[in-house]
Design a binder for this molecule. Sequence first.
Ligand code: TRP
Length: 368
Amino acid sequence: MQNKDIILTADRPTGRLHLGHYVGSLKRRVELQNSGLYDKIFVMIADDQALTDNADNPGKIRENIINVVLDYLSVGLDPAKTTICVQSALPALHALSFYYLNLVTTARLSRNPTVKSEIQMRGFADEGLPAGFFTYPVSQTADITAFDATVVPVGEDQLPMLEQAREIVEKFNRIYGETLVLPKAMIPENATQRRLPGVDGKAKMSKSLGNCIYLSDTPKTVKQQINGKMFTDPQHLRIEDPGHIEGNVVFTYLDAFCTDDHFSRYLPDYANLDEMKAHYMRGGLGDGTCKKFLIQVLEETLQPIRENRARWAQDIDTVYDILKAGTDKARETTNATLQRVEKAMRIDYFADRNVIKEWKDVVKSQNQ
Ligand code: TRP
């Protein structure tokens, strides 16, 4: 079956990727990549978008590009199947953004709920809002359309971006003729994938909160985060006390990561997670045992990733070449879209010498 679907997805290179990224998107990307169902898959490191709220700190973005590529390769993104590229080296995206900016109103941008809450979080409401940050949904529309992406796997928080992209595409096509492909969002299937909380139970893993488990963390750090910081049930003081599952981060993580096989390997007292939860709720199952099991479960995911990362880290020259080759390929694709767009907008003056005759006629008719 030949499917015409093209995937684009991207990350801002503001830090190393963590388990939240893994369950929420990286794992899915590798599955999509290996499904054979997609024509082309592009994964972009959105350094320009990262600069929209980090203009004074380009060094941070620069150093995290290599971190993010290493994370991609370590989880199993395969450059033979997935094109990995860097946004700033794709000038067609800048040109497209500039044209699309004319197709949205500032009022519409102000209503974007994700941007609204990000403005609050970053304190831009008081400090002044960078115009580039305010308009990044438009730049993201350029990203999506430049690759002719039909499917855009993103977290739920990105749905307003996709909605805005679709509006811009529809408006463009209405004004200039059918040119751009209408994209669809693909969001994670279940709630645990949608948002893995930080080890402290806060809604999101974030570097500033120190509540992350990074894909590149050592086994020792993972252990410290779980044994030292992971939130359980504050009412579960003694092992015999009945415990609560809801809001208990150990169980949220087990929901996201553990399978029946893990029980036969590490905790054969139970056949599955339901049995383990039942015991915890009855009382008699200690947090220490639960955490130890969780560490074993997580290590099954983390250890191979860590080993891959260590191997790639020995060969940054090759990683650089992979990124460059992917970016070169992406540049061809995005330049072709820009040409199509400029043609549709009739601003392709130097691609089409017919304009000379047209201009001669314009001038002639004025002289009559
Ligand atoms: N805004 C996205 C995020 O923070 C990153 C991103 C940039 C993106 N360009 C994109 C996602 C294009 C999908 C498609 O996660």
